[in-house]
Design a protein around this ligand. Structure first.
Ligand code: 3PY
Ligand code: MG
Length: 232
């Protein structure tokens, strides 16, 4: 969330498998994505959530060296196809050539390597997307379906913890995991707390955002202050 290379480095050093720069709701913008990617540590992949399903934004994030994108508010298969096309060079898509990595001293993959390596994640977070999740997950080139439980709960008129805690057979999140399994793509979701992340993993999601830099900072500071005051 914080447009700070230091914040990204601290989170990346925490043991996570990957880090996301959020340019939809976080502070990240085009310049901070470039700044972070220019210094990226190849051991922890950095993916970017662009503000919208926008080919220009997606292309710039990938040019900067992002390992992939998490595209918000993908409501149907046509929008998923557009996201895939923005991420892959011809003949698989319509991405325009112009990677910046070489300017940062990083190695630049060729078009075929980049097409194979890029991680295309589409967010299912509306009632419309839930209804179309089988078609969305089956779009060739989609690697991952990523659930935004907050938007999905708003769209469904439910409380977010009620949605995440729903373990009934036809629970919306179970239907999404099942659609991903049928399509052979990864099921991912935004947890943000240990409890919600555990509930999502129990539902079958295999990739979960477990915290944010903002939450970690405020929770960490608050727990130390509370402990010190209790001791005093
Ligand atoms: C959501 O829960 O809607 C998200 O997009 C999480 O970032
Ligand atoms: Mg959302």
């Amino acid at each position: 969330m914080l447009a700070s290379p230091a914040a990204v480095a601290l989170v990346a050093g925490s043991g996570v498998d990957w880090v996301c720069l959020d340019a939809q709701h976080g502070e990240h913008d085009d310049a901070s994505v470039r700044e972070v990617c220019s210094r990226r540590d190849a051991r922890v992949p950095v993916v970017v959530r662009p503000p919208a399903n926008d080919a220009a934004w997606i292309g710039r994030a990938l040019d900067a060296g992002a390992a992939g994108v998490i595209v918000p508010m993908v409501d149907d298969a046509g929008q998923a196809r557009a996201a895939v096309a923005a991420c892959r060079y011809p003949p698989l898509g319509g991405r325009s050539w112009g990677p910046l990595g070489g300017a940062y001293g990083n190695s630049v993959p060729d078009a075929a390597q980049a097409n194979a390596a890029v991680r295309v994640s589409v967010m299912v977070e509306t009632a419309a997307a839930l209804a179309a999740v089988d078609e969305i997950a089956a779009v060739p080139g989609v690697d991952e379906v990523f659930v935004g439980p907050f938007d999905l709960s708003l769209s469904l008129g439910r409380d977010v913890d009620d949605l995440v805690g729903d373990e009934s057979g036809d629970a919306p999140l179970r239907r999404i995991v099942a659609a991903c399994e049928r399509a052979g793509v990864r099921a991912a979701a935004f947890g943000a707390t240990a409890e919600r992340s555990a509930a999502l993993l129990a539902l079958g999601f295999t990739s979960v955002v477990v915290t944010t830099d903002v939450a970690s900072l405020s929770l960490g500071a608050a727990s130390v202050v509370t402990a010190v005051r209790a001791g005093a």
